[in-house]
Design a protein around this ligand. Structure first.
Ligand code: ADP
Ligand code: C5P
Ligand code: MG
Length: 209
């Protein structure tokens, strides 16, 4: 497989990631629950690097990679891309970031994502931030997001909701059984949601301005 400039092969990636021993928070929630919006705030206040699995997949699709057509078709249908592809992108982004604290947003989306990530990276998340929001509110937000995304249309949005209910909820149940889920009412205004987020990351970890 062709590799991008600066990319490292699999073995080397695994070795370096083990050396890095990163701290990882998974950020989950339905489409439009505000994951990306809140992650931007967390980055500013707490010094994490934000990695959105969806953003990484869209960039990979746009780069003309050999997986581009497959990724594009999956996104159009709201389906989940095979873990091997997404994990490679996440590993590369972690190593290239120069940081060791990550918000991994929109991943793991299903059991295959979760098990493969654990298997390949050996990374166990510190906790899972879960933005809980009604479908009505999420649909309203997605339809006015205006980022030109081809999956922000009613038909695909409904498919994405279904995938969230059928697949991502299982991942939340898995981590809930380990006491790792921090659930936040994400149906409120952005600032109010962030106040709750701050309570979870803790005032002692906040960066000085
Ligand atoms: P996600 O990454 O979970 O899909 P985004 O952060 O992209 O969600 O948010 C989806 C849309 O909703 C964006 O246009 C964003 O500006 C808006 N948004 C995010 N959080 C809120 C909120 N708490 N209240 C109202 N609108 C919001
Ligand atoms: O998180 P975001 O809304 O940006 O994801 C957009 C799409 O990217 C998803 O609907 C899915 O098709 C794809 N995706 C994926 N695997 C992930 C995250 C996103 O296949 N872990
Ligand atoms: Mg997002």
């Amino acid at each position: 497989m062709g590799t991008a400039v600066g990319a490292v092969d699999n073995k080397e990636t695994a070795r370096s990631l083990a050396d890095l021993n990163p701290s990882v928070v998974f950020v989950l929630g339905g489409p439009g629950s505000g994951k990306g919006t809140q992650c931007a705030n967390i980055v500013k206040h707490f010094g994490y690097t934000h990695l959105s699995a969806g953003d990484l997949l869209r960039a990979e699709r746009n780069s003309g990679s050999e997986n581009g057509t497959m990724i594009s078709n999956m996104i159009k249908e709201g389906q989940i891309v095979p873990a091997v592809v997404t994990i490679k992108l996440l590993e590369r982004a972690m190593l290239e970031s120069g940081n060791d604290k990550f918000l991994i947003d929109g991943f793991p989306r299903n059991e295959e994502n979760r098990a493969a990530f654990e298997d390949v990276t050996k990374i166990v998340p510190s906790f899972v931030l879960y933005f809980d929001c009604s479908e009505e509110e999420m649909e309203r937000r997605l339809l006015s997001r205006n980022q030109g995304r081809e999956d922000d249309n009613v038909e695909t949005i409904r498919k994405r909701f279904k995938v969230f209910l059928e697949s991502t909820k299982k991942v939340l149940e898995y981590y809930n059984a380990q006491g790792k889920v921090r659930k936040i009412d994400a149906g409120r205004p952005i600032e109010e949601v962030f106040q709750s987020v701050k309570g979870i990351f803790g005032p002692k970890n906040e960066k000085a301005d």
